[in-house]
Write a protein that binds this ligand. Structure first.
Ligand code: PLP
Length: 381
C-alpha cells in the first residue's frame, strides 16, 4: 500500500465531508437512510425490558449465549451448519481480524492475501510483524497454482474475501472455493474468510463459504455492519471450539467483551425475522444504485475503460484507459467536488494499482450518482 497517498486520500475525503455539494464515491458506507432507526430504538427497549440489569452487567468474552444460538440458526441461510459453541461474537469484523492476528501472527510469518486486498487489513497483520505476500488474483479468485506454490514454501496464514471483494468486487468461483478448501487441508494451514458483504447479492447464485468444506482450517468472519448498522459494532467469527476458546481469551484481554446491548439488539433483529424483511429492501436500493452507476459510466467503455460490474457488495472497480492513472484522475475530480479512491492505495506496490479506481455506489443517491458520473465522463472527455 502507498501509505502517503492512502493517508492523503483519507484526509481529503474526511475533510470533504464538511464541504457542501461534494459527491463522494470514496467511502465504503451503507446508505444512512437504510438504517432502521425506529426498529433499533424499539428493540433496545424490548431488550432492556426482557433482560433487565443483566444486559448492563459484564458478560462472557465469547458473547451472549442466546445470541450465539440465534447466530448458529441464522448462518444456515448462508449454507453454514454449526453450533453456538463454534461461534464467537466480536465488535465488528475489524476487531475479529485484530484478535485473530494477535493470536496467530508471529514476527516474519507469511500472510498470503489477494492482490489487491482490503486496505484496512494490512496494517493489522504488519503490526504483528507479518510478511505480506500477494497471491496472483484473477476475475474468479486467486490463482490456484500460485497459491499452492506459496503454501509449499512454509508456514503461512491466508486472508481472503470470497464474495464481492473489497476493492475489486470479484467473487471467488465455486470451483476455486473447493480447490482452496482442499489446499488448506492438504497443507494444514489457517485461512481467514472475511465475508462482510455475503448477504448483499444482486445477481447470480449464492455460493458456499470455504468454511463449509474445511471447518477445521477456516475462521469465517461475518458482520452486521453492512446489513443493519456499522455503528452498532457487532460481528462474529465461526471456527473450531478450540479456536473459539483461544480467540475469546485474546478478545477478553483486549476488550473483555462486545457490548451486551448491541448484541441483544442484533439478536432480536434476527430472531424476530426483521433482518429477513430488511434485506430485500437494501438489496433493491443498492442494486438500483449499482445499475445506475454502470449505465452512466458505460459510454467510457468506448474509450478503453473496463467497468467490472460486481454481483453484489458495495464497490465498482474500473480499469482506466492506459494513459490515465488513478491518482491523476483522483486529483482532477477532487477539483470538481467528486471523490473516488485511486487504485494505487490498494496494492503493496502502488504501481500495480495505477490503472484502476474504486467507486462506492451504496452511499450516494441515484440523482447524485448521475451527476457525479457525468462529471467523471466530462473529465475524461
Ligand atoms: C473486507 C472488509 N472486512 C472488514 C470490514 C470491517 O467491517 P466491520 O464494520 O464489521 O468491522 C470491512 C468494512 O468495510 C471490509 O470491507
Amino acid at each position: 500500500m502507498s501509505k502517503n497517498l492512502a493517508d492523503k486520500v483519507l484526509t481529503d475525503i474526511l475533510n470533504a465531508t464538511a464541504l457542501p455539494n461534494v459527491i463522494s464515491f470514496a467511502g465504503g458506507l451503507p446508505a444512512p437512510e437504510s438504517f432502521p432507526v425506529n426498529i433499533v430504538k424499539n428493540l433496545a427497549v424490548e431488550a432492556l425490558d426482557t433482560k433487565g440489569a443483566n444486559l448492563l452487567q459484564y458478560s462472557r468474552a465469547a458473547g451472549l449465549d442466546s445470541f450465539r444460538q440465534t447466530l448458529a440458526e441464522y448462518v444456515k441461510s448462508k449454507q453454514i451448519s454449526t453450533t453456538a459453541s463454534n461461534i464467537g461474537v466480536t465488535t465488528g469484523s475489524q476487531s475479529a481480524a485484530y484478535i485473530i492476528a494477535k493470536q496467530f501472527i508471529k514476527p516474519n510469518m507469511r500472510v498470503l492475501v489477494e492482490s489487491p486486498t482490503y486496505l484496512a487489513i494490512l496494517p493489522i497483520f504488519s503490526s504483528f510483524g507479518a510478511e505480506i505476500i500477494e497471491i496472483k488474483t484473477e476475475n474468479d479468485g486467486i490463482n490456484i497454482e500460485h497459491y499452492e506454490e506459496l503454501l509449499k514454501q512454509g508456514e503461512s496464514v491466508t486472508y481472503i474475501m470470497p464474495n464481492f471483494h473489497n476493492p475489486t468486487g470479484i467473487t471467488t468461483s465455486q470451483d476455486k472455493r473447493t480447490k482452496i478448501a482442499e489446499l488448506i487441508k492438504k497443507y494444514n494451514t489457517l485461512l481467514i474468510e472475511d465475508d462482510p458483504y455475503n448477504e448483499l447479492r444482486y445477481s447470480g447464485q449464492p455460493l458456499q463459504p470455504i468454511y463449509c468444506d474445511a471447518p477445521e482450517n477456516v475462521i469465517y468472519l461475518g458482520t452486521f455492519s453492512k446489513i443493519l448498522s456499522p455503528g452498532l459494532r457487532v460481528g462474529y467469527f465461526i471456527s473450531t471450539t478450540e479456536i473459539v476458546s483461544k480467540l475469546a481469551s485474546t478478545a477478553q484481554m483486549i476488550q473483555l467483551h462486545t457490548s451486551n446491548l448491541t448484541q441483544a439488539i442484533a439478536e432480536l433483529y434476527v430472531a424476530k425475522g426483521l433482518l429477513t424483511e430488511h434485506l430485500p429492501k437494501i438489496i433493491n436500493l443498492y442494486q438500483k444504485r449499482l445499475d445506475t452507476m454502470v449505465k452512466e459510466l458505460a459510454p467510457l467503455t468506448q474509450q478503453g475503460f473496463e467497468i467490472n460490474k460486481p454481483q453484489g457488495g458495495m464497490f465498482l472497480w474500473v480499469k482506466l484507459e492506459k494513459d490515465i492513472t488513478g491518482e491523476a484522475l483522483y486529483e482532477k475530480l477532487k477539483q470538481k467536488g467528486v471523490y473516488i479512491v485511486p487504485g494505487e492505495v490498494f496494492f503493496p506496490n502502488p504501481q500495480d494499482g495505477k490503472g484502476f479506481i474504486r467507486l462506492n455506489f451504496t452511499n450516494v443517491a441515484e440523482d447524485k450518482i448521475v451527476e457525479g458520473c457525468k462529471i467523471i465522463r466530462e473529465s475524461l472527455g
